[in-house]
Design a protein around this ligand. Structure first.
Ligand SMILES: [Zn+2]
Length: 411
């Protein structure tokens, strides 16, 4: 008998069954969120062959992008506020409301919003939040776009629809709401975008510069030409891609990976993370790829092509944890974070000074302390140009008998 055929049930049994199963669904949802939170905390998605929790949910667990995003956000909130899960299990909060509430919860005052929003609809919760944190109203403007491949300028903003298919949407508002790429057929995608006046000006300039070509390229061809150039440039920066590879000079550092090796490894890996899980799942990540030594340098590994592989950031970290232990890697990561925070603080300190002389002095080997001292000592410099201010600072720093009249030229 088909367990999903319910025609034989009485009305009472049908309604009772519905309530029972809904209660189960809510309880299961809370359990799913708890599991997701723990899986992410242990970063088990990496072992399963995925670069992020989202990739694992979409490709490993076959959730839709939207469902994965909502559940991951809710699971993260539940880690900080476990009471959320109890409310979800009893049906007081649905997933959408959990996501709405999460940014407004604080450890000191989590209970109040949880109680205030229990059994409320999403719309009611939005109204409640809006009354507590009003947002600035956004002006709505709708303008028609006459035809596909037409650019429409409006108050410094240009709306564009670039499509190889028919049926471009008719409203600017619609385009702004639905950015991104949509597959529309075999080997065909539709891109909808709203571009700034500056970007439109670049598009127009490119069209003018390509005006000698017959036929004159359209906007779509110009974007493709631009992307060709961008990809070539980024590949060159990433691994020295070139049509005329040269034999690499030998580096003194064993950690140095030559462009020739990078090219080989990139081609061998197809520009994709090559991590494969125990069950054979290959990581799909193509962004933020890093070069990973199979045999670490610290353990005698070299930088030849057969000892280098492509790893996404998550899997590069996983390999490091497997080699050196999670605690050691965590410690190193925290040290690196502290160093980065210190560097940022130094930079913001320079910016705080509000004087662009400091970076120039630092390039000349002057310490930050000496540069600040020179700035303090050289008196008011408002209204003076950069070269004059730099000369004054150098005059403060140089011993009297070695004072230079010219100062370094600025290039
Ligand atoms: Zn990966």
């Amino acid at each position: 008998m088909n367990r999903y055929s319910l025609a034989h049930l009485t009305d009472g049994a049908l309604l009772c069954g519905l309530k029972t199963n809904l209660a189960r669904e809510r309880d299961f949802l809370a359990l799913v969120l708890a599991h997701l939170a723990e899986v992410e905390a242990r970063r088990l998605y990496r072992d399963a062959g995925y670069a992020s929790m989202h990739a694992y949910c979409v490709h490993g667990l076959h959730l839709s992008h939207d469902a994965a995003k909502k559940r991951i956000q809710a699971a993260r909130a539940a880690r900080d506020f476990p009471a959320l899960l109890e409310r979800v299990a009893e049906g007081a909060l649905c997933l959408s409301v959990v996501n709405l509430l999460a940014p407004h919860l604080t450890p000191e005052s989590a209970e109040s919003p949880l109680s205030a929003t229990a059994f409320r609809t999403r719309f009611e919760v939005e109204e409640l939040l809006a009354s507590r944190c009003p947002q600035q109203a956004v002006e709505t403007r709708v303008e028609p776009i006459a035809q596909p491949l037409t650019l429409v300028e409006s108050g410094g903003t240009t709306a564009a629809v670039l499509t190889e298919a028919q049926g471009a949407p008719g409203h600017l508002q619609e385009i702004a709401k639905a950015p991104g790429v949509t597959p529309i057929g075999p080997d065909h995608y539709r891109l909808r975008l709203t571009m700034s006046g500056a970007m439109y000006e670049k598009l127009r300039q490119a069209k003018d510069l390509l005006g000698h070509r017959k036929p004159v390229p359209g906007e779509l061809q110009i974007l493709e030409l631009g992307l060709d150039l961008l990809v070539a440039r980024l590949e060159k920066r990433k691994f020295g891609a070139t049509d005329r590879p040269r034999t690499a000079r030998r580096s003194r550092s064993v950690r140095h990976i030559s462009n020739e090796v990078k090219r080989q490894v990139w081609e061998r890996g197809g520009g994709q993370c090559t991590f494969t899980s125990d069950d054979g799942t290959r990581c799909r990540e193509r962004g933020r790829l890093e070069w990973n030594h199979v045999q670490p340098v610290a353990r005698g590994g070299g930088s030849e092509a057969n000892n280098i592989r492509l790893r996404c950031r998550a899997h590069n970290q996983l390999e490091a944890e497997r080699t050196y232990g999670r605690q050691f890697v965590q410690h190193k990561r925290e040290q690196a974070k502290l160093a980065a925070t210190k560097r940022r603080a130094e930079k913001s300190e320079e910016a705080r000074e509000g004087d662009d002389v400091i970076p120039w002095l630092r390039r000349l080997g002057v310490t930050l302390g000496e540069a600040r001292f020179a700035l303090d000592e050289c008196g008011p410099t408002a209204g003076l140009d950069l070269e004059t201010r730099l000369k004054r600072c150098l005059a403060v720093l140089a011993p009297p008998h070695r004072k230079t009249s010219a100062g370094p030229a600025l290039h």
